[in-house]
Design a protein around this ligand. Structure first.
Ligand SMILES: *Cc1c(COP(=O)(O)O)cnc(C)c1O
Length: 382
């Protein structure tokens, strides 16, 4: 079988948009196209255009967001600020926190969703905790309201790692249309792509201003200058900044992708995921992750739990039929740079032994999914 785990879904329209920038516009850097992508994203989410800060990766979005909340927390001197984060996430979440000069405090997750366990997180609060970073694992914004309530109760900011969750809705509202700081990734395989890229949606104008400058080396108000095709020749710089802005080329791809989201990508991902759920329900030895029936989920990845220590055998059986399966993720608290397993997080470690990610992207069809499920059912039963 020639099935990929994930892939970019780009074609003629994206190629034409990029060649328009190269052949007609001629300005490849951050300019009018980037401004238009931010405006399109804002319109799609139903927020103001100045609330969307585009950057060149989802990791950059998380880094700037954590840095902004740390700067605004008034935390000065002494031990570094701490951010609560589930260990079951892409290492980008942890690296972004430490890049911002903060300590990622690894928390355990819930067994049925893989999302942060707020009771465990509560045990890990300290006087230095400034934020919580919920990760919408497998596009699931589970307990997002409780997470905000938890943050409110303990005086924390909420930086959502919504890299998996572009297009999702929680209790009727789009992810990125409410909250504090919401970070998206547009890397090649996410729900929409701009080649690489990402954005922060900010519900705090002060943080938005800090991040808009920080992505351009913290040159004050440089975003507005570039969007109008000029530069500041007498700027000032008050703090550390980064070279994280999004180019016109990336934005051109992203704008086309956004027009394909509602009619093409969302229905395709949801249809394939529903078919997986149908084919794999009631299969002893395999469980699907749970979802809130009031949420509208646009799945970026499709992890399932393979029980009874059978994961590696099942993975090998799939591989033998040319079906790739992934592992999302090796828990961060087991990585040498983030503690190397000094800490024990039992549920996260259990899920790490069980979770296997099945192929999912809009380039697959129903037959592909059925074929994967046939092999999978056999492997799980044997
Ligand atoms: C993709 C991803 C990121 C980082 O996004 P990039 O655009 O690849 O830098 C962060 N967190 C999670 C959970 C992701 O899946």
């Amino acid at each position: 079988m020639n099935i990929r785990l994930s892939r970019s879904i780009v074609g003629e329209a994206e190629a034409e948009a990029v060649s328009r920038i190269i052949l007609e516009d001629g300005y490849l850097g951050m300019g009018n196209e980037t401004r238009l992508f931010e405006a399109d994203l804002a319109a799609w989410l139903g927020v103001g255009p100045s609330q969307v800060i585009s950057v060149n990766s989802g990791t950059a979005a998380l880094h700037l967001a954590v840095e902004a909340v740390a700067a605004l927390s008034g935390h000065k001197g002494g031990p570094p600020p701490e951010v609560l984060v589930p260990s079951l996430t892409f290492v980008a979440s942890f690296q972004a926190i430490s890049a911002a000069g903060c300590v990622p405090v690894a928390c355990d997750v819930l067994p049925h969703t893989g999302t942060i366990d707020l009771e465990d997180a509560a045990q890990r609060l300290s006087p230095h905790t400034v934020a919580i970073m919920p990760v919408h694992y497998a596009s699931n914004p589970w307990q997002l309201e409780q997470t905000h309530a938890f943050a409110h109760e303990h005086g924390l900011r909420v930086v959502e790692d919504a890299a998996h969750a572009f297009g999702c809705r929680h209790h009727g509202r789009k992810i990125g249309s409410f909250g504090d700081l919401v970070c998206f990734s547009f890397d090649g395989i996410k729900n929409i792509t701009s080649g690489e890229g990402g954005c922060v949606v900010a519900f705090d104008p002060e943080a938005a201003r800090l991040m808009a400058d920080a992505r351009l080396l913290s040159v004050q108000n440089d975003s507005a200058q570039r969007f109008s095709g000029s530069r500041s020749w007498d700027p000032d710089v008050l703090r550390q900044g980064w070279r994280y802005h999004m180019s016109n080329i990336m934005a051109a791809i992203g704008r086309v992708q956004l027009t394909r989201l509602d009619a093409e990508f969302i229905p395709a991902r949801r249809r394939l995921a529903a078919l997986y759920a149908e084919e794999l329900s009631d299969l002893p030895g395999l469980t699907l992750l749970e979802q809130d029936t009031d949420d509208f989920i646009v799945p970026h990845i499709l992890p399932v739990r393979i029980l009874h220590d059978r994961k590696e055998a099942v993975r090998a059986a799939l591989a033998a039929q040319g079906i790739p399966a992934g592992i999302h993720y090796k828990p961060n608290h087991l990585l040498a740079f983030f503690g190397g397993g000094r800490l024990s997080l039992p549920v996260t470690e259990q899920l790490y032994r069980e979770l296997l990610t099945l192929p999912l992207h809009p380039g697959l069809n129903e037959t592909d999914v059925k074929n994967v499920c046939t092999v999978l059912r056999q492997a799980v039963r044997s």
